[in-house]
Design a protein around this ligand. Structure first.
Ligand code: 3PG
Length: 311
């Protein structure tokens, strides 16, 4: 009898692990492709407000088509849903545009090294703004995270203050996004995929007027001409790739968030950054000093210690 009871659960646990493994591998792979095309686009066309808007627009359009053709079931939402989504969307928009501004100014690897410090922001916000207390090892794990990021920042060969601050602001905004979205997703029947679709749409509405005000169609038109003359017609495909892959990796990450705890998610997110840091250094021939790489390694090790301390 025991065997009969245990077998299905062992099997389903193994199946669940395989499923999460596939989600994680897909998430990281899509994210690497996004980061590469995003940087290629930004190198030729340095308008992060527009590229951020296009990423959200591509995702919104893809999901509207999926709903209309019934490839995906549209979610049942009410005014209350959109109201609770608003603070999540504000934080998502700020975090997204700030990260893109950062990547337009510094190496992709540097943005992601600073972004690997996100757990430190999470602890500090929870401690000082929400009054949550953590065990001592959690605070101790912040030392390598903050120290490693700081070492990487001061030894970065192409340091730029806007690039650094963009990644820091993105960290702060995404901590708020995660806090608000945990509240917003709780007890709701909307799936991870549809939740992210609605988030993209609301963020697109919020970001568009700011993108027009900060950069604007005239600047974009001139920049576009310039990029096409430099790169050729392929440039359009680069823009399409960065926009579509942005949506896909986020969609998969929200789908996996449905299946796992926020803590497992944040470990997955850190491992994702390792793949992005290494692949972007190789592809863009980013100059890295050993001491700079040491800082990144210490920060990443710190996020693992943090996840262990938080268990
Ligand atoms: C963005 O543009 O939103 C950032 O690249 C996202 O950063 P993430 O790696 O935290 O999703």
């Amino acid at each position: 009898i025991d065997i009969n009871i245990e077998l299905p659960s062992v099997q389903s646990e193994a199946a669940q692990r395989v499923k999460i493994g596939i989600y994680f591998a897909t998430w990281w792979a899509l994210n690497v492709v996004f980061n590469i095309y995003n940087k290629k686009v930004l190198n030729a066309f340095p308008y992060p407000w527009l590229t951020s808007t296009l990423s959200l627009a591509a995702g919104s359009l893809m999901m509207l088509i999926s709903w209309a053709t019934r490839v995906a079931d549209p979610p049942k939402t009410d005014l209350d849903f959109w109201k609770t989504l608003l603070p999540v969307a504000v934080a998502h928009t700020i975090g997204h545009v700030a990260a893109t501004i950062s990547m337009s100014k510094v190496a992709v690897s540097f943005t992601h090294i600073i972004k690997s410090g996100e757990p430190a922001f999470s602890v500090l916000v929870s401690r000082f703004l929400l009054g949550e207390a953590f065990p001592m090892p959690v605070y101790m794990s912040l030392i390598p995270i903050i120290g490693g990021c700081a070492l990487s920042a001061v030894t970065e060969l192409n340091f730029n203050m806007t690039g650094f601050m963009g990644a820091m602001i993105s960290n702060l905004a995404f901590v708020f996004r995660n806090i608000f979205s945990k509240k917003g997703m709780k007890g709701k029947s909307v799936s991870g995929m549809n939740y992210y679709a609605c988030l993209s749409m609301l963020s697109l509405v919020l970001l568009t007027p700011f993108a027009i005000a900060v950069e604007g169609p005239q600047v974009w038109a001139a920049g576009w001409q310039n990029a096409i003359s430099q790169i050729g017609p392929n440039f359009v495909w680069w823009v399409a790739a960065q926009s579509i892959f942005y949506h896909l990796y986020n969609q998969v990450s929200y789908m996996s968030l449905d299946q796992i705890s926020p803590l497992t998610f944040s470990v997955g997110n850190t491992m994702k950054r390792i793949s992005v840091i290494i692949s972007s250094i190789i592809i863009f021939h980013t100059p890295v000093q050993p001491i700079n790489a040491l800082g990144a390694a210490i920060a990443i090790l710190g996020t693992f210690l943090y996840s262990q301390a938080k268990l």
